[in-house]
Design a protein around this ligand. Structure first.
Ligand code: PSV
Ligand code: MN
Length: 421
């Protein structure tokens, strides 16, 4: 039997931490009542927060220069699911895993689904990969995939996406995320308009194969691997593509995929306005697509993004609003489970703070052109310490008040170092 974090350990720890937590929570609730907010309503909304985990975020990633293996890291998708289950046992906020193919390819998808079910997990969006060549692959993606000049390469890339959908069906997934690296490094290398035509033509074939109830997420990114021109480089391009494909195609916003200085929360609001915000890849960045832990660098930005989401969710004029929440990070230094705990917590914290915004006061200040009071409405929420609710929500849902503390105490990674030697 593989080592697992026991329910008894979590309970023991929670019994110890509970009294202090409840005292802190009582004072948070008093403060909110003083501000004429309804703590029960906020808590109820806070309780339902979940975010999907990327399979590729459970083992060491790497940089362009090196990959340093983490002792005891998972070696295949089965072990990754085992770690994802350990994470979910601690947080109760990560019930789904997003797979990336062919990295996570298995012989028997139905068997993988049953294995995940036994661990209490389900599958989120599937990710296709035509940004790398795979061993034995017939045609190369060196000069592009869905947008390649050669129709045979485009057909191969489309076929890969259709296969990912088929596997996703067997796993119970309901979405396909497509990110491609297509573009060029030199002026003149790629015809801007024609490459976009080819992108739309290939996506059209993928779109036509979407099963009922599925969504297609288009993920943009300004540069890397292409350093001069990328076909789907920005939210505007992504929007045009999603709009021309149809209602099942939506834009995915990866927080690291914006040029420095981009107002990401405004991008989010614009996509919501157009009914085209599909979801997020959460992470944080100092320079480019750094894939650092969500909220590690700029928690205020994360809050401002969440603020747009809460604003839209509470606006009856915004219909069919169900953005997907996924993490997309690459861990090089931290234990991936600890990283995912911290990132989940950072998102949850930003989400709860966004729920605390006095929307009536904010709206009044906006209508009266009063920037000081408008900013105060946001800052007051952002500066509220909601830490007691992070632990309280986990406690209510059966997780650990201090998940990193329990994770370390459990000896999980030490056990996996032995098991996975
Ligand atoms: C590309 O940088 C990206 O954000 C896409 O979502 C990929 O699927 C993922 O990272 C993993 O490489
Ligand atoms: Mn991404």
């Amino acid at each position: 039997m593989n080592f697992q974090i026991s329910a008894e350990l979590i309970e023991q720890h929670n019994r110890r931490e509970r009294p202090g937590l409840m005292r802190a929570e009582a004072s948070l609730r008093r403060e909110l009542r003083r501000r004429k907010l309804n703590p029960d309503r906020v808590f109820l909304a806070a309780r339902h927060f979940v975010v999907a985990v990327p399979s590729w975020g459970l083992a060491a990633g790497g940089t362009r220069f090196a990959r340093f293996a983490l002792p005891g890291e998972p070696r295949d998708i089965y072990e990754k699911l085992e770690d994802a289950a350990a994470l979910h046992r601690l947080t109760r906020q990560n019930p789904t895993v997003s797979l990336h193919l062919p990295w996570d390819r298995v012989e028997n998808p139905a068997g993988l689904r049953a294995y995940a079910r036994r661990l209490g997990l389900r599958f989120d969006a599937m990710n296709s990969n035509t940004f790398q060549d795979q061993p034995g692959q017939k045609l190369s993606y060196k000069f592009g995939s869905l947008c390649h000049t050669d129709p045979a390469v485009r057909a191969q890339a489309v076929a890969h996406n259709l296969e990912v959908i088929e596997i996703g069906k067997k796993l119970g997934s309901r979405a396909l995320s497509v990110w491609i690296g297509d573009g060029g490094n030199y002026p003149g290398q790629v015809h801007f308009r024609r490459s976009f035509d080819r992108y739309l033509e290939s996506l059209g074939k993928i779109y036509a194969a979407l099963p009922r109830g599925w969504r297609l997420y288009l993920e943009h990114k300004p540069y890397e691997p292409a350093f001069y021109f990328t076909v789907n480089a920005d939210w505007g391009t992504s929007y045009v593509a999603a709009a021309s494909l149809g209602p099942k195609a939506l834009c995915l916003v990866d927080l690291g995929h914006h040029l420095p200085g981009t107002n990401v929360e405004a991008v989010v609001a614009r996509l919501i306005r157009q009914g085209k915000l599909g979801g997020f890849h959460f992470n944080d960045a100092q320079y480019g697509d750094d894939d650092l832990s969500a909220g590690a660098i700029n928690p205020y930005r994360l809050f401002l993004v969440m603020n747009e989401l809460v604003d839209a969710a509470q606006d009856p004029a915004v219909k069919n609003f169900h953005p997907a929440f996924l993490l997309d990070q690459s861990m090089n230094l931290k234990d991936p489970i600890e990283d995912l705990i911290q990132s989940t917590e950072a998102l949850h914290r930003a989400f709860i703070k966004a729920l605390l915004v006095d929307r009536a006061a904010l709206s009044r200040a906006q209508e009266k052109n009063d920037p000081a009071l408008a900013e105060r409405a946001l800052k007051q929420a952002f500066e509220t310490d909601v830490t007691p609710w992070l632990g309280r929500v986990r406690l209510e849902n059966g997780g650990a008040i201090d998940p990193i503390g329990v994770f370390r105490q459990s000896g999980y990674r030490r056990a996996k170092i032995k098991e996975r030697a």
